[in-house]
Design a protein around this ligand. Structure first.
Ligand SMILES: [Zn+2]
Length: 170
């Protein structure tokens, strides 16, 4: 979803996207690494002093496999979007020191007079992605993991479980 920067002005311009919007679904599934079960995105675009500001919220959900117990679990990434862009080639360091605020470290670039909202969506989701996908119900996950570890037959040659057991015993 490419938007021409010179079509963005200082009034908020809203772009919404959901499961029917292929560009958004494609971008979000790349980050969540599987087929989405739900997606809703609201992005407000504003341009001021050559900066493009994108604020809003995104919520994406997908079914993933728990990295601890192996059960299927819902991964929900629900995050605010607060990103800004300057034209590629403009050095942020050219700005006087006093104008550099810490939140501008997250400034991105746009090229050819366009910003690609698929990139924005990918970036917002990637920033909010948990480092490890595990069950939301932690006690139940713990229980399943314990059962898996204790139930794995010694002689099965199931290297994953036996190595896990070795690891937890030490
Ligand atoms: Zn789990």
């Amino acid at each position: 979803m490419r938007v021409r920067v010179d079509h963005i002005d200082d009034r908020d311009q809203q772009v919404t996207a959901g499961m029917a919007d292929v560009w958004a679904v494609t971008a979000a599934s790349e980050v969540l690494e599987t087929t989405l079960t739900d997606l809703s995105t609201i992005l407000d675009l504003r341009r001021a002093h050559g900066h493009v500001f994108v604020t809003g919220a995104v919520r994406a959900a997908a079914l993933r496999t728990c990295e601890r117990c192996g059960e299927s679990t819902a991964l929900v990434v629900d995050t605010d979007v607060d990103l800004s862009y300057v034209p590629r080639g403009r050095q942020i360091s050219d700005a006087p020191e006093s104008e550099l605020k810490s939140d501008q470290l997250d400034v991105g670039w746009y090229a050819d007079g366009h910003i690609d909202l698929a990139d924005t969506l990918r970036e917002a989701l990637a920033l909010a992605l948990p480092p490890r996908v595990v069950c939301e119900d932690e006690p139940a996950c713990e229980e399943r993991t314990r059962t898996l570890l204790s139930g794995a037959p010694e002689s099965s040659g199931h290297s994953v479980f036996s190595s896990l057991r070795n690891w937890t015993d030490t």
